[in-house]
Design a protein around this ligand. Structure first.
Ligand code: MN
Length: 143
């Protein structure tokens, strides 16, 4: 989601993970974010301070993070985009772990137009299993 009103790539990763942690556990702490993103706590602290400054969350030392309405909205969009990509890649039977890693790698770099296109393509194949079947039969093993 590049653009002046949107967070950077790595900020998106943080917002996505914070939202997931809150959904899973009910809270997101710096230590949990650090371990799940595999980064240092100091890096998390500096990023959450930045996100606080941009109005995406409220951060106070030793307190759980709270996403603002703006933060929740952006995190939800990030999550939906991830789901769209998962839906797309799942159609072709790609290995789930490879999918997850690849999606994490590309998701922040796709334009809304491309995500919309992939969503339409996924829906098309879901509605036309015979076409998907023809495509599947045309595929060649990966060299
Ligand atoms: Mn993701």
């Amino acid at each position: 989601m590049p653009g002046p009103s949107h967070p950077s790539t790595s900020a998106e990763d943080y917002l996505e993970r914070i939202h997931e942690l809150i959904e899973e556990k009910g809270y997101a702490r710096v230590v949990d974010i650090a371990s799940s993103l595999n980064v240092k706590q100091a890096s998390v602290t500096s990023m959450v301070q930045r996100l606080d400054g941009l109005g995406y969350l409220n951060y106070e030392k030793y307190r759980d993070l709270i996403l603002t309405e703006k933060g929740k909205e952006v995190a939800t969009q990030i999550q939906q985009r991830h789901e769209t990509l998962t839906r797309f890649f799942s159609i072709f039977g790609l290995d789930p772990e490879t999918q997850r890693r690849d999606i994490e790698g590309i998701e922040h770099h796709l334009s809304p137009e491309t995500v919309h296109f992939l969503s339409e393509l996924a829906a098309f194949f879901e509605k036309n299993p015979a076409v998907l079947d023809r495509f599947t039969k045309c595929r060649t093993p990966q060299p």
